[in-house]
Write a protein that binds this ligand. Sequence first.
Ligand code: ACO
Length: 435
Amino acid sequence: MTDVAANSDSLTVRDNRTGQEYDIPITDGTINAKDLGQIRTDENTPGLATYDPGFVNTASCRSAVTYIDGDKGILEYRGYPIEQLAEKSNFLEVAYLLIHGALPTKAEYDSWVHEITYHTFVHENVKSFMEGFRYDAHPMGMLMASVGALSTFYPDARNIGDADNRHMQIVRMIAKMPTLGAWSFRHAQGKPFVYPDNDLGYTANFLSMLFKMSEKKFEADERLVKALDVLFILHADHGQNASTNAVRSVGSTQVDPYSAVAAGVGALFGPLHGGANEAVLRMLRRIGSTSEIPAFIEGVKDGNEKLMGFGHRVYKNYDPRAKIIKKSAEDVFEVTGTNPLLDIAKELEKIALEDEYFVKRKLYPNVDFYSGLIYEAFQFPPEMFTVLFAIGRTPGWLAQWLELVQDKDQKIARPKQIYTGDRELTFTPSSERWS
Ligand code: ACO
């Protein structure tokens, strides 16, 4: 208990159970949840806590990686607007920016690209165990298991207190994700795994490992390479989203970064997160034609289902990434020919943006609404979409993990609960209960 209103950057709380008032400091627009702990009715009852499933209004960390203003539709990595990075940078430079906090000099950039390029190969045993998955294994499940398994190949990764060691694992993971992702794809197709080609850039090499057959060298259309590189940039980080929260939560136990990132891959697998673009395509296919859209929208409004690819926990405006992707889709379709589902998507967007249900709830297209259409144009099966997202998100997960392990405020993640179950029952052994 302190002097009421002694500090203007504070919150005065009156506990009507006791009549007592408390002055709680406000810093950076937040109160420290621990300060609520002093509010209690007597010595023997627990202090006041907050109830916040899904962390809708709770900051779990301080972070200098990504700025998002959901109301205005702004996204910046380390202060740089996403629109500029998508247009003028490339994925590896953006990865450097996210990890190091500043843009590289020419020497730093060259060395970074060299390091990543020369760590794209994986141990041959990785190949053997990936071959052991069932023929129809979901590539995201394969990716999750393979990333986690890398911790067994690099046991030194557990030494997370050493900066050089951390750097090594970060390079390895960014470098090897496309290899693991491409091999997960090839496995499902029953095609031989293609080794990395160190002459190619990051994204061109990924396409080579995905699609190369008997040709000596696989050279993808530059416009497709650029479009996929842009998609990786757009997915590279997004603040404390569900998968980053999973990486941070698991990372808070001080486990190695492969295990922490494997948790992130698992979180991304879910249909409400990275799996949404797969769900968008299924939805578009089910709608089938623009004439069916009104009936579909009515079903959404009646609460029968969701309009996948719409809505976002943070963006209450057009997702800035969706705008860039819509433009990328046009570039890609120039190369590959258009997809009839695009017409359904555009019409769906138009109708939804004018409908009161969506307007009132500030539901706009998110990053996943158009990304699936682009991926399909590349001839990726829907199961691969989340794998592509995971490759793009890896530098963000690692930048956030790096921040976490160096942040003195961080503790093992351990939320409170409100216990609602029984208490102090008397146990009767099964031999007596079942007789
Ligand atoms: N279609 C129809 N109604 C929706 C949708 C949607 N896509 N999204 C939200 N709503 C409605 C909710 O039913 C709710 O309505 P109510 O107030 O009448 O109950 C209201 O809008 C608020 O929605 P919440 O579920 O409270 O919003 P929340 O922030 O918890 O959820 C989420 C965000 C999970 C993204 C949600 O909008 C959704 O499920 N969207 C579809 C899935 C999707 O596209 N996910 C990708 C997100 S982007 C990413 O992860 C990369």
